[in-house]
Ligand binder design. Structure first.
Ligand code: MG
Length: 473
């Protein structure tokens, strides 16, 4: 008996309900509720019919969390196991600063909810996990659901025998153009690094003004003591990794130093390369507007995080005052933050950290929305994204029209041993290995070499000015 027939039987047909007394009606309602609870949902019934050809329902049977610390970075990965022996998927939910909260969220809330569910209900599960905590937009809840979501896409790809990019519509391009990061204290050091990377195929560069991790996004970067910059200011990191720079509150010096660097590149290296910079919210809001106008003459394609997420109202002014390329978004966790910037065409590059925002299932929707407003993707991809997360970025970018630039590097031997199947970089282009699913795994025996980092102490962020006052990183 299908759902419609079941309900018809309980209501006595089209006219039955109208002729029933109150007691009978209550009994009928109870029977209706029971029937609705036990009858297959239409979508499930349709899937059942589709599987009549031989593909069985696939259930989630277990979920394991892997909390490791590799090269100074806390990583969170999740494996989702299924009722098909040997078939599992892997995802990334790395919140390097607060890894144990993500791990606990998966273990205590997601795992009991998901065991027994159909592994191919990716969209439905995503929507349920999004509203499950009632309050949305928590970076930890987002990372937890992203880890599971990535694993479900991985399972679907493996089950179908195709890479995830094929599930997303197929390859639009063979590989991803990479962003070359340049960290230099002197023009000569910058010159050497840029020419070396140009010889290796790179033509898009992001310039950092000082050496030793200034402006970097942590996650295993060198963390020297605070050091004096060439300009006489102190720029660097404290022992616990905080960015400390005296250009906070000194917009004029910051603008001059960046203009000097851009001018050097344009005069001495080339106008045929693209250059950009990660502002990392250093200047005052008004200083950021001055900075945008001052560097416009050097044609930067990519000025990242001119403002903190709290100050995005200033982007309208920058757009009206200059034609620089604007990149923003690594701290976004909720659509109310990014959607107005996209639909008003205030940004050119979407920098979302995919797991922090909710995972692959969300990223594909973000990317397609951005396409309609000429916004390209430049997903956040430094060392505090696990190689599994980089694989997620890769599969989305390979399958969309509006890919912009790929942040990331080649993977160390350590990471390649822990994560077999890391994406490859050749001549400034990142490639997929074209294996089914995400094409990457986590070796559980190797993972034993990298126990959890013992909490987030020392990993937390928080820039300071020279007087010790907090500044937004
Ligand atoms: Mg950044």
């Amino acid at each position: 008996m299908d759902r419609r027939e079941t309900l018809k039987a309980f209501t006595g047909g089209a006219v039955g309900a109208a002729t029933l007394g109150a007691a009978t009606l209550a009994a009928s309602r109870e029977a209706f509720a029971q029937a609705a609870a036990t009858a297959p949902e239409p979508a499930a019934a349709a899937r059942g019919r589709a599987r009549a050809g031989g593909v069985p329902a696939l259930k989630i049977t277990d979920i394991k969390v892997f909390n490791t610390k590799v090269a100074g970075t806390n990583m969170i990965n999740v494996k989702v196991y299924t009722s098909e022996p040997g078939l599992y998927g892997i995802g990334c939910g790395t919140h390097a600063e607060r890894p144990t909260i993500v791990a606990d969220t998966v273990e205590q809330y997601l795992k009991p909810f998901l065991i027994g569910r159909n592994a191919d209900e990716i969209e439905k599960i995503w929507q349920q996990l999004w509203i499950a905590p009632y309050w949305r937009g928590s970076v930890d809840a987002n990372n937890a659901m992203a880890a599971v979501d990535g694993a479900l896409w991985d399972i679907m790809g493996k089950r179908c025998g195709v890479p995830v990019y094929d599930l997303l519509g197929g390859k639009v391009r063979s590989g991803l153009r990479m962003l070359g990061d340049i960290q230099a204290r002197t023009p000569q050091a910058m010159d050497d690094q840029i020419r070396k990377m140009m010889a290796d195929g790179y033509d898009h560069f992001r310039i950092y003004l000082a050496g030793g991790g200034e402006g970097g996004d942590g996650g295993g970067a060198a963390r020297p003591a605070v050091e004096r910059s060439a300009g006489g200011g102190s720029i660097g990191r404290t022992a616990s990794g905080e960015i400390v720079t005296d250009v906070h509150g000194n917009d004029a010096e910051y603008i001059k130093r960046l203009c000097d660097a851009f001018e050097y590149i344009r005069k001495n290296i080339s106008w045929d390369i693209e250059i950009g910079h990660d502002v990392h919210e250093r200047p005052t809001a008004r200083g950021a507007v001055m900075l945008a106008k001052a560097v416009e003459q050097y044609r930067p394609f990519f000025m990242e995080d001119l403002f903190a997420p709290e100050d995005v109202g200033w982007y309208k002014t920058v757009r009206e005052e200059s034609s620089i390329g604007i990149a923003m978004g690594e701290l976004f966790v909720n659509q109310s933050e990014w959607l107005p910037l996209v639909t008003n065409r205030y940004i050119d590059f979407m920098r979302m950290h995919i797991s922090a925002a909710g995972g692959l299932n969300l990223a594909r929707k973000v990317a397609h929305t951005c396409e309609f407003f000429d916004v390209q993707t430049a997903w956040h991809g430094p060392a505090n994204v696990s190689p599994v997360g980089h694989a997620v970025n890769l599969h989305v970018d390979l399958s969309i029209y509006n890919f912009g630039i790929c942040e990331g590097r080649g993977f160390s031997e350590q990471l390649q041993e822990l994560y077999p199947g890391c994406p490859e970089v050749r001549k400034g282009i990142r490639y997929s290995n074209d294996k089914p699913g995400l094409g990457i795994d986590l070796d559980e025996k190797v993972a034993l070499k990298y126990p959890p980092g013992g909490g987030a102490i020392g990993s937390e962020r928080g820039a300071q000015d020279p007087e010790g006052a907090p500044r937004r990183p």
